[in-house]
Design a protein around this ligand. Structure first.
Ligand code: BMX
Ligand code: ZN
Length: 319
């Protein structure tokens, strides 16, 4: 049996896993990212979690083929350098080298959403597809493109940032500097912003009661839950969220026409309440609406594990 290490470096958590050749996660070890911190300290913790996961699996480093890392931002897979990651505060961080100080193995790095797309491609909802696109609805909107079975990230490794394509000119401010990005509407962060705005306008909305019950917290679930209780303002928030998401997805399909477009990230826990109306809108608008073969839109299968499994198999993608 062959084993690999996958590491998911997130803004909140560092998770390392040992994954076997059948895509099963054997062990996981995690710690807080605790940003901002120097890259060296974060890399030390990433290596420590990887070493712990190997030990917990009753394996030795000799049993491991390679290490793969998924990170938000621009990851140069040729040099192992994270060129830029605004939320981690990284600029030209030689991540592969920093990890190799502790673990003497090949280290592959990729953008987190690219790694998640690769995970869904090798073992999840996009298995068997020739061309697939995955988008993740989390803190941001991540994009990952699989073309002919390989990750496509452009000529400079910064491609597939589908979240930073504008769907509303002069729309809400995005963290990338532009206004009206897909991410500014369709991330969990965007949904929370729109929920709060609607709550300010509608003091009688059930969304206030729901957030009070949850310690005053407004989350990506608040509007969906209030809608299910018949709250009209909440339904407006959800309807607009779905309209924006369908717009971004239709754009993506019009460009790539993949076999499968899979949607992952926390907001997908809404399941059919999200998927069915999105599919209906896309079917009405997509360029190929009259064609017999259309992109299949599905919810990602591997959840948070997609990034870990995809990272673990980056060495296979590089071959
Ligand atoms: C942002 C961008 C992408 C990333 C996406 C999803 C940074 C730091 N991040 O658009 O590179 O793939 O978020 O990130 O530039 P997540 O945190 O939602 O997983
Ligand atoms: Zn943007």
């Amino acid at each position: 049996m062959k084993y690999y290490i996958g590491i998911d470096l997130g803004g909140t958590n560092i998770v390392a896993a040992v994954v076997d050749e059948n895509y099963n996660i054997i062990t996981k070890a995690s710690t807080k990212t605790n940003r901002p911190r120097p890259a060296e300290a974060i890399a030390d913790d990433m290596a420590a979690m990887a070493i712990k996961a190997v030990k917990d699996a009753n394996l030795a480093m000799e049993d491991i083929e390679w290490v793969g890392v998924g990170t938000p931002g621009i990851a140069n897979s040729a040099t192992g350098v994270i060129e830029y990651s605004n939320n981690l505060g990284f600029e030209n961080t030689p991540m592969a080298k920093l990890i190799q100080k502790h673990i003497d193995k090949p280290v592959y790095i990729e953008n987190d959403a690219n790694a998640a797309a690769y995970g869904e491609f090798v073992a999840g909802a996009a298995k068997g597809a020739k061309n697939a696109v995955c988008i993740t609805l989390g803190t941001g909107v991540g994009g990952g493109i699989i073309s002919g079975g390989k990750i496509y990230s452009g000529s400079n490794f910064a491609g597939a940032e589908i979240g930073h394509t504008v769907i509303g000119i002069d729309g809400p401010q995005c963290s990338c500097g532009r206004k009206g990005c897909f991410e500014a509407y369709s991330s969990a962060t965007g949904l929370i912003r729109m929920t709060k705005e609607k709550m300010d306008q509608c003091p009688d909305s059930i969304m206030h009661k729901i957030s009070e019950e949850r310690g005053g917290k407004v989350s990506a679930r608040t509007s969906f839950d209030a809608m299910r209780q018949g709250d009209a303002p909440a339904k407006e928030v959800v309807d607009f969220y779905i309209k924006a998401l369908a717009c971004g997805i239709t754009n993506t399909i019009n460009i790539f026409q993949p076999d499968i477009l899979c949607i992952g990230g926390g907001v997908c826990n809404e399941g059919d309440a999200l998927l069915l109306p999105v599919k209906e809108l896309v079917a009405k608008e997509v360029y190929t609406r009259n064609s017999p073969k259309n992109t299949e839109i599905v919810i990602a299968k591997l959840g948070n594990d997609a990034g870990l499994i995809g990272a673990a198999f980056l060495g296979a993608c590089a071959k």
